[in-house]
Design a protein around this ligand. Sequence first.
Ligand SMILES: [Zn+2]
Length: 617
Amino acid sequence: MSIIVSPRLRAKALTMLFVLSLYCMFACAPEKGVQVNLIPEPVSIKSGIGYYKLDSAKVMKEGLDSFVHGKIDFSLKDIGEEGYILSVTPEKVELSATTSAGLFYGKKTICQLLTSQGLPCVEIKDYPRFPYRGMHLDVSRHFFPKEEVLKLLDEMAYYKMNTFHFHLTDNGGWRIQIDKYPKLTSMGAYRVEKDWQKWWEGSIREFCSENTPGAYGGYYTKDDIREILRYAAERHIKVIPEIEFPAHSDEVFVGYPELCCMGKSYTSGEFCIGNEKTFTFMKDVLTEIMELFPSKYIHVGGDEARKNEWKTCPKCQDLMKKRNMKSVDELQCYIIQQAETFLNSRGRTMVGWDEILKNNLDSSSIVMSYRGQRGAIMAANKGYRAVMTPGEVLYFDWYQAEPRTQPQAMYGFSPIKKMYSFNPVPTDSVVAARNEELVKSKPISPDTMMYIQPQNAHRIIGVQGSTWAEFIPDEEHLEYMIFPRLLAVAEIAWTPQQNREWQSFKCRVNTHIPQLKQRGIRPFTFSDEMELTTRIVSDRKGVEVTLDTEKTPVEIRYTTDGSEPSKHSSVYEQPFILNKETLVKAAIFKGDQILGKVLEKQVSVSEEIKNYYEYHD
Ligand SMILES: [Zn+2]
């Protein structure tokens, strides 16, 4: 198996573990036995003493399957279809599950446990929190070759993720061979400018043929797709294809201008809804897609239609009159409904971005919430299944560190701690409590409710990290944006909320970064920035200050007397309490050297206490 770490690196990792256990103290101190660093954290784990001896060189040569067999046991309770039970003692390794997927995940855990000494003794019972554990990839704005997709599927599987949302079409280029419409790829898959922003905002925003000198782009042939699907299936990953309707389709009209309202290329990004040919095209393309993809779920986009041309297009206006539609919004609902009916008639289920909630949807359809969490909350309360991928927390194309230190990204800021802190089913939050109060005083409709009613919580089927590729020009940068944040999404999706804790995850993810590199991934390796947070301690006595970093183990030194931190300043070991106004200065040290910037923050103790009690009294 390619995922097994080399002995040299393992020895290094063990040294690191030792150092870690010294530095992390209470945060990730081993309870007993051997420290393990599993991601995602299992439902229950008991560490024992000692190892089951496994010859790591032999494992590397012959693969894990020749050592660990695992058995399917239908009588197992409470672990569902993807769970497993693993028991490692010095004498034997026992792995059992109710399906081959469960055994697969059990083996992934074994891979993560393996050290140069063998397998540490553990008892693990494990199963996922959500059935949908997804990653989305936009291959339109920039194209990523098949090999990169396979590499990502390997990493998804390693972290027990099971759904790959393949965003195959958008205004940056059409990326999949469709036999009936060859001009989609011969005319809409290449452009002369690679840089998306330069191209999109420049004077020549046009596509070109593959043979044009300097042409940038590409597409997957049907054989490429079959290979990707086979590879994914072997790793228990479902692939959901997305074909965008009715918007984000500029690239379609280069070869088939008759499908947009003006009948001319580069005049619109939206299909003409009044034109019957649009629906012939949609059904033809979706038919070829369904022939290729076994996925029950087919994504049809549905987002961000501007609807400008529909207002004046004679064909669109005719359809509105015929069907007694009051606004162009109903044209959007009309095409989504056509897609839904067609997919359902073929035994498939429609998935769409949260705009599809404007439709009177079939009860089977799935809503993907990207404009915040609102779409998923509303969908669940109305009885639909929903996937959480709110832009403000789960987009991999947002900045992961101070923007001035980073290559250009989308405007938002989603460092790994923020991403990790996301709970996809916030029924237990303060918001929920406030809303309950409101519900008691007057009824609230599902449209305005800001929380998921507990009885609808099960309709949130999962969570997805989404990768829009406008500012991601190549594979190296793609990996830099996705990793290690993907590990946070994997743990959100798998681990029970009560088992998730930032300090523990932080320690574990730091041990996974060298492993990612060992497997050929080029991750972001965390910044040297520090975060200072405060919390009011009881009895209005003071403010507790916490200093945090993404990297660990690190040495933080700090002062509270206004002086610059030096190698002689106090070492930060745990949160400390301030009783009066204080200027805190802190820095990360490597020997005598300060890494990154010195953090300076005036902690206004009396003000913080005053504000807190004004709000809470
Ligand atoms: Zn039209």
